[in-house]
Ligand binder design. Structure first.
Ligand SMILES: Cc1cc2nc3c(=O)[nH]c(=O)nc-3n(C[C@H](O)[C@H](O)[C@H](O)COP(=O)(O)OP(=O)(O)OC[C@H]3O[C@@H](n4cnc5c(N)ncnc54)[C@H](O)[C@@H]3O)c2cc1C
Length: 198
């Protein structure tokens, strides 16, 4: 394995460099775009959520095999919430909720426009809005997840190293050559093409 930086999981997977939600489309609105006719499309949200369930099954199997540590070292339950302001956004969130909640993967989603309810979900968010005239709404899924992709990556690499995989850090791949002898030789091609950065 070739890594440009001085250690693995320093880039996107580092816990400080991503939001850390298990991307399950519980709170990410980009997976449920609004069509020109005003309806909300949920196909992508369902597909993303299914992929996340597969990831969870995969990680479970790795825990069972002892490849990675107990789940709470990299994945923990945390509510996923979406909060919107203004009439148009509230109407969108309501439509999104009404469609998603009918799906088994989103059946636990809650919706509220009530400041007292949202206050119990996210008190700091509501602190100055309890008396605001502006309409707002939120959804919540209590069973969302917080994933530390950095911890997961480091554990996977610890396992690879224990299996004899050589991890070369501070080394940047600058060129790749396809081996004439087929895929079995391709990693050799990558290694020989890697040059230490310094
Ligand atoms: C701001 C932000 C927020 C995000 N939020 C979420 C979220 O909430 N939930 C979620 O599921 N996902 C989120 N993601 C996405 C998630 O972080 C990434 O999909 C995931 O970390 C990618 O893992 P990776 O191993 O493919 O890439 P990385 O962790 O980036 O690893 C790639 C590695 O390749 C190395 N490298 C690159 N080029 C070379 C080269 N030429 N030679 C040698 N080494 C090289 C890099 O140094 C790096 O270490 C977010 C991403 C960002 C940027």
């Amino acid at each position: 394995m070739i890594e440009r930086l001085s250690d693995v999981a320093q880039e996107s997977s580092n816990a400080w460099n991503n939001a850390g939600t298990g991307h399950a489309a519980l709170c990410e609105l980009n997976y449920t775009p609004e069509s020109p006719d005003g309806s909300v499309e949920i196909d992508k949200a369902i597909s993303i959520n299914e992929q996340f369930q597969l990831s969870r099954q995969f990680w479970s199997s790795l825990v069972e095999k002892g490849v990675i540590n107990e789940p709470d070292t990299f994945i923990n339950a945390i509510p996923h919430m979406t909060f919107v302001r203004g009439e148009t956004n509230v109407a969108y969130l309501k439509k999104r909720y009404e469609k998603l909640v009918q799906q088994v993967l989103f059946a636990d989603m809650e919706y509220s426009e009530d400041s007292r309810v949202i206050n119990t979900w996210a008190p700091l968010l509501m602190q100055r809005r309890l008396k605001a005239d502006e309409p707002f709404a939120a959804t919540r899924v209590v069973g969302g997840t917080d994933v530390d992709f950095g911890a997961l990556t480091r554990q996977l690499f610890d396992h690879l190293r224990s299996e004899g995989v050589q991890v070369r850090t501070d080394t940047e791949v600058r060129n790749l050559k396809r081996s004439a002898t087929g895929p079995g030789r391709s990693s050799t091609a990558a290694r020989s093409a890697a040059r230490p950065d310094g």
